[in-house]
Write a protein that binds this ligand. Structure first.
Ligand code: URA
Length: 199
């Protein structure tokens, strides 16, 4: 199976994930799981937390208010959605956008793991603390986990079977919606991330 076929297989498995703690709510709300989108050969992969309302209504990651912030940050470093791959840990929307629960992360994490194995990114930018913690643990970096205010913008390096992967925790773009002055810090982190894609 090629990459696109393997990613499609994940989509159908998630669509049919009746064991998920969020499956019944998805049926009730008539929403969609958000699998991920972008370039299947991307060197740079972004991992968010979980879909919000707009994302669950459309099945597309980061297409609501935080998506606008994300697109602005991408454009500042001259990147387009087609250049990167973007997904979330949790593929269905937690009710009222609450933080994902451990059982939800456990249910959907293996799909994210497979997406990483298929795409084989050289850099993973983890958006927000849940994503940063998941990715740091996955790559054996748990001893270096700190609060997101300490970890953001730092580059951590892990060895994987396809080579080396750089992990860059970032603030979640949604912080700008609550605190517009945080945009400057995010811009600086995105510029640093862009430099990391070129080294
Ligand atoms: N927040 C996320 O973490 N992911 C999305 O897709 C949208 C908002």
């Amino acid at each position: 199976m090629n990459k696109t076929e393997q990613l499609k297989k994940i989509k159908y498995e998630v669509l049919d994930l009746k064991d998920s703690p969020l499956y019944i709510q998805r049926q009730k709300d008539k929403t969609f799981p958000v699998i991920g989108e972008g370039n299947h050969d991307a060197d740079l992969m972004f991992v968010g937390e979980a879909p919000g309302k707009n994302e669950a209504l459309t099945g597309r990651p980061f297409c609501g208010a935080s998506g606008k912030v994300f697109d602005e940050l991408l454009s500042i470093v001259g990147l387009k959605r087609e250049d990167i791959y973007i997904t979330n840990i949790v593929k269905d929307r937690p009710i009222a956008n609450r933080d994902p629960l451990p059982a939800e992360i456990e249910a959907y994490g293996p799909f994210l793991d497979r997406q990483i194995d298929i795409i084989q990114p050289k850099i993973i930018a983890a958006l927000g603390r849940f994503s940063a913690i998941y990715i740091m643990k996955k790559f054996g970096l748990e001893s270096q986990i700190e609060g997101i205010t300490k970890m953001h913008g730092k580059v951590f390096v892990a060895q994987v079977d396809y080579g080396q992967v750089k992990i860059v925790p970032l603030f979640h773009p949604a912080v700008v919606l609550y605190n517009p002055s945080s945009m400057d810090g995010l811009k600086a982190d995105f510029l640093m991330l862009f430099e990391a894609t070129r080294s």
